[in-house]
Design a protein around this ligand. Structure first.
Ligand code: MSP
Length: 696
């Protein structure tokens, strides 16, 4: 029996063309692109749609202010969005604009159906009525009185006064769909996530749904209502329809029949600000018109600056073009999807961007790739070594893993692969590890848990880096009798690197393509066949090695205004930390001169692994990352720290101490700590610094 290919139709919101794109727009689109790539990697058939929302009063006003036509304005901004997506390697299948003829025809077809539709209790779904309320021209919508900020009836989203407005409109009878909506959402027939958003929507239904008006009298720049040509269709009816018009709903086109009406997954990625429109209005309108409704909606959180939503009026908008220019589009994509759980609100700082770049991309991944390839160049003449036979334990290990992932222990772990290794003893390396990783990371992507997928891939990157330190291929290379062992190690290492590139490719496609080129696989898109173990052909000559992510050395002041802001506010900059007055208290004991101090090599070291030393109550064996190098250090801190709690901490290491053996374990350096009540307290940093940074 052949399994049917899974099919996904995926959309982003269509973005308003009232201004150039900001990082919030890039966030959703990058997430959609990464999901598309991940699902294609898993072998699924995906159609990915994005576009622009171009009608409404706001556009009329902006075009007037600029002295150009509405269409000209829309053309310029739509081009800016497309250009941005090109820079970010966004591979959408179609870019829909609400000023496209295809869209307009589709909207009118939907409207025709709606005009004839009957509610479940037999009334007209659309009727005429008078609307009176507070209207926000920026939102293009009426606001509930309780939502407004007083005094001044200010829109909470746009921080501008709303206008009291009365008009004769056509209404959609949303109230008649309460029961159906509740059932559809509660049962996950329409699956809204995160769960908190689902509850929020159910809460709105519980309070009672109000009908909403679907035409506007005062707006010219829109799609005229055929029966009432002095009205245009309400911008949300116009905009939401894009999800079907883009597929050719107007003509019942094959794409529409396949991706929307074909009974497969229909997923909208949205922001938490537009949940009501997407999770209530849109499904009800479709249901009324006899059109299939979406099956899944996921609301991402907001990126903020110092807790405030990004907005031009606050002057804190992050420019996605500048962000991609700084360290490359892969770095920006990686940061946005790795830094916080998709679905949660989080604060953007330049400092976090730089730290993540240096730690994860330049150090962890960049070093792994260059070390692995350099060793193959040195010890195998630059050719892929022979493929080792995998041990028979592979199957048993896979079964153990499947049992393990179902346990609460696995659910609670940040890295399941690591937790599995801890539970079963010993690090996984080779075929089993790569199989587990592929299965697990793809499932994380499918759940829109980008940070989880990347976290797992990077835990594997650390395991590979650690395996190099522990195996010491350079020692094996000195013993000709161990050549087989060395080759087997390097083959597994290269396969590990290859799989990391494959699984990270949805997020960092450019770097992945470069890794493939270095592995002599050609610069290409990875596909499902690349998930299998052993794709590297023994004897194949590797490509030339080039650095993937050069270190970013610019120091970022944590309090500084973002360099990516489009219009930075003119607030005075705080004093840099290094210029703060220093304590003048004399140090105790004999003084040394600066030359003596300079003999000490102090460096920031990130702990990548920690374990107890058998037979010792005080000592822990640590693996620390110094940027280009991983070291083993023994530290007397076991009475104060649990080994697991240390992983990820950045501490200060005396890096140029002569090696010493403690309880038979070699230590290459010393971790600095103070002591409080007889317990060790590690010296750490009060903001993140990249591993290897010199401490002076
Ligand atoms: N045009 C409507 C959507 C119509 S969809 C049928 C609209 N456009 S928008 O330009 O305002 O962009 C909305 C989307 O951009 C949000 O829903 C969200 O996905 C994204 N973001 C805008 N600002 C954001 C942040 N500060 N943070 C994260 N994403 C945000 O609403």
């Amino acid at each position: 029996m052949t399994a049917t290919k899974r099919i996904l139709y995926l959309t982003t919101p269509i973005y308003y063309v009232n201004d150039v794109p900001h990082v919030g727009h890039a966030y959703t689109t990058i997430a959609a692109d990464a999901l598309t790539r991940a699902r294609r990697l898993a072998g699924h058939d995906v159609f990915f749609l994005t576009g622009t929302d171009e009608h409404g009063q706001n556009i009329e006003r902006i075009a007037r202010e600029k002295g150009i036509s509405e269409q000209e304005h829309c053309d310029r901004i739509a081009a800016a969005f497309r250009e941005l997506w090109r820079r970010y390697d966004i591979r959408y299948d179609r870019f829909i604009r609400t000023t496209d003829e295809l869209h307009k025809r589709g909207v009118l077809r939907l409207w025709e159906r709606l005009r004839l539709a009957k509610t479940p209790d037999g009334r007209d779904a659309v009727y005429s009525g008078t609307y009176a309320g507070w209207y926000c021209p920026r939102c293009e919508g009426f606001k509930d009185e309780e939502e407004l900020r007083q005094p001044g009836n200010v829109c909470p989203d746009h921080e501008r006064p709303c206008e009291w407005t009365e008009e004769e409109n056509l209404f959609f009878r949303l109230s008649a769909y309460e029961h159906w909506l509740r059932e559809t959402i509660e049962s996950d027939t329409l699956r809204i996530r995160p769960e908190s958003r689902k509850n929020e929507v159910l809460g709105v239904i519980k309070q009672g749904l109000k009908d909403f008006s679907v035409s506007r009298a005062r707006v010219k720049w829109g799609i005229p209502v055929p029966e009432q040509p002095d009205h245009v269709l309400y911008v949300w009816v116009d905009a939401l329809s894009n999800y079907i018009t883009a597929l050719g709903f107007a003509d019942d086109a094959p794409d529409y029949r396949h991706y929307w009406a074909g009974g497969h997954e229909r997923l909208h990625l949205i922001g938490k600000d537009i949940i009501r429109f997407h999770c209530l209005y849109w499904p009800a309108v479709l249901y009324a018109a006899g059109v299939p409704v979406p099956t899944r909606e996921f609301a991402q959180g907001f990126i903020t600056r110092e807790g405030r939503r990004l907005s031009k009026s606050t002057g804190n908008v992050i420019d996605p073009v500048a962000l991609a220019e700084r360290l490359g589009s892969d770095a920006a994509r990686y940061f946005l999807l790795r830094e916080a759980a998709y679905g949660a609100d989080w604060d953007f700082t330049d400092q976090a961007f730089h730290s993540r770049y240096n730690a994860d991309l330049a150090n962890d991944l960049g070093n792994l790739v260059s070390r692995a390839l350099t060793m193959v160049a040195r010890y195998c003449d630059g050719n892929v070594p022979p493929r080792p036979a995998e041990p028979a334990s592979t199957v048993a290990a896979l079964e153990a893993w499947r049992r393990f992932v179902a346990t609460p222990q696995a659910a609670a772990a940040t890295s399941r692969l690591r937790a599995f290794e801890d539970a079963t003893g010993g690090r996984l390396f080779g075929e089993v590890a790569t199989k587990l990783l592929a299965e697990y990371a793809l499932a994380r992507y499918e759940d829109l848990d980008f940070a989880g997928a990347l976290g797992e891939v990077w835990a594997f990157v650390s395991s590979l880096n650690q395996a190099i330190v522990q195996t010491e291929p350079w020692s094996l290379a000195k013993e000709p009798s161990r050549k087989g062992e060395l080759d087997a190690f390097l083959y597994r290492l290269l396969e590990g690197v290859r799989l990391v590139a494959v699984l990270a490719s949805p997020v960092i496609p450019r770097a992945a393509a470069r890794i493939f080129a270095m592995l002599a696989l050609g610069e290409r898109e990875p596909g499902p066949a690349d998930l299998a173990w052993g794709r590297l052909e023994p004897g194949a000559p590797l490509g030339s090695i080039s650095p993937l992510f050069p270190r970013a050395d610019k120091r970022i002041d944590p309090k500084e205004t973002s360099v990516f802001e489009i219009t930075p506010p003119a607030a005075p900059k705080p004093e840099p930390a290094s210029e703060q007055p220093r304590s003048t208290a004399p140090p105790s004991g004999e003084r040394i001169d600066i030359a003596e101090f300079a003999k000490l090599e102090l460096r920031a070291a990130r702990i990548s692994a920690a374990e107890k030393i058998a037979g010792s109550k005080k000592l822990l064996k640590l693996q620390v990352d110094l940027g280009g190098e991983t070291r083993q250090v023994v530290a007397g801190i076991a009475d104060a720290y649990e080994p697991q709690a240390l992983v990820g901490k950045t501490v200060v290491l005396v890096a140029n101490l002569k090696p010493a053996k403690l309880m038979g374990v070699e230590s290459n350096g010393m971790v600095l700590a103070g002591s409080e009540g007889g317990q060790a307290v590690l010296c750490t940093f009060d903001a993140s610094v990249a591993p290897g940074t010199k401490v002076k």
